[in-house]
Design a protein around this ligand. Structure first.
Ligand code: UDP
Ligand code: MG
Length: 321
């Protein structure tokens, strides 16, 4: 197996319009930078011509390899799969839509060679990014940092360079709930950030629906914190304690006064409040139990249709890793 200094891992879901332009831009930058590189595109069950284009690119340039999922497994899983196949001493993860400028890679390589294990990028938004996306993203990072033991920088998403050591660690982490940016932050080592402004998408629409973003947010919080469980317990205690004086008051009213019938409204309020608290607590509990269930099943992270361009068989590759 020939020596590869840099692997670029790119998850792609219905990116037929962007993939070729992305490859051209990447090749321009990397060939100029004088590194030996490979590009690993993980086709996340695209329903368009992404796989076909990938095959053509591989025929043209054998440094382009493909990992083809049998269906859509989501961005974080695609990214994890790409990392398993990457052979480089450094691995850059980026999007296929040219929102992550390949021109930044030489600078990332420089910082890596200076001894940083992770070079992450901090995005600031261009004017074309919607208010809703900015707001929801900011809120997400604020909540996650509050409730978890990790500290993520707002805007530091999945465009980063990682040293081989980091990638090996990630590959050895067995959880099926993959919140990769949290996992990288959890690992530690020397990490450095560089700012950039995200470009508009090269073509097509965002492949991240609101439900996909919400799922990612819940994944992030539950993977790195059990504090919501504790909070629901505190809430229970709080309600229980505040109910005591109220009950005393109600008993007093009943025994010493005649105006007990008008208590109907406060009763309704108390019942619905308690009901809501119980449902929320049960929901949080259920979320974690569900996660234990998925982890315990130990299913493979993804199913593979085929790979393109890897010289060694899958088993050999995995063994070599
Ligand atoms: N993507 C993927 N699987 C998915 C959704 C997205 O592999 O289920 C890829 C997509 O092709 C792109 C990257 O993840 O390369 C980021 O997605 P997108 O640009 O749509 O997200 P946004 O930049 O809008 O957050
Ligand atoms: Mg994008």
């Amino acid at each position: 197996m020939s020596y590869v200094e840099l692997s670029v891992v790119v998850p792609a879901f219905n990116e037929e319009e962007s993939l070729e332009a992305f490859y051209d831009a990447l090749r321009g930058v990397l060939d100029n930078a004088g590194v030996s590189w490979e590009l690993i595109v993980v086709n996340d069950g695209s329903r368009d011509r992404t796989a076909e284009i990938l095959l053509q690119l591989n025929r043209r340039d054998s440094r382009v390899c493909g990992v083809l999922f049998a269906r859509n497994f989501g961005h974080q899983i695609a990214l994890s799969a790409g990392l398993e196949y990457a052979r480089g001493q450094a691995v850059v993860v980026m999007d296929a839509d040219l929102q992550h400028p390949p021109e930044m890679i030489p600078e990332m390589l420089r910082l890596w060679r200076e001894g940083n294990s992770v070079v992450y990028t901090v995005r600031s938004y261009g004017p074309e990014i919607s208010k809703l996306k900015r707001w929801s993203s900011d809120l997400f990072y604020r909540v996650l940092n509050k409730v978890s033991n990790i500290n993520l920088i707002p805007g530091a998403a999945d465009f980063r360079l990682m040293d081989r050591q980091i990638v090996d660690y990630l590959n050895s982490m067995p959880e099926s709930a993959r919140f990769v940016r949290g996992m990288v932050s959890w690992l530690g080592f020397k990490q450095v950030g560089i700012p950039y402004t995200a470009a508009p998408r090269f073509a097509g629409k965002s492949k991240f629906s609101l439900t996909k973003m919400l799922r990612l947010a819940i994944e992030g919080i539950t993977s790195f914190s059990t504090r919501p469980l504790r909070w629901s317990m505190y809430l229970g205690f709080f309600v229980a304690v505040s109910v005591v004086p109220y009950s005393l008051f109600a008993i007093y009213q009943h025994i010493f006064t005649n105006n007990t019938v008008p208590g109907w409204s406060s009763l309704i309020v108390a019942i619905s409040f308690l009901g809501a608290v119980q449902l929320i607590s049960l929901g949080i509990l259920g979320e974690y139990v569900g996660r234990i269930y998925t982890e315990v099943k130990r299913r493979p992270l993804y199913t593979l249709e085929r790979t393109i361009g890897f010289t060694a068989g899958i088993e050999e590759l995995k063994k070599a890793a």
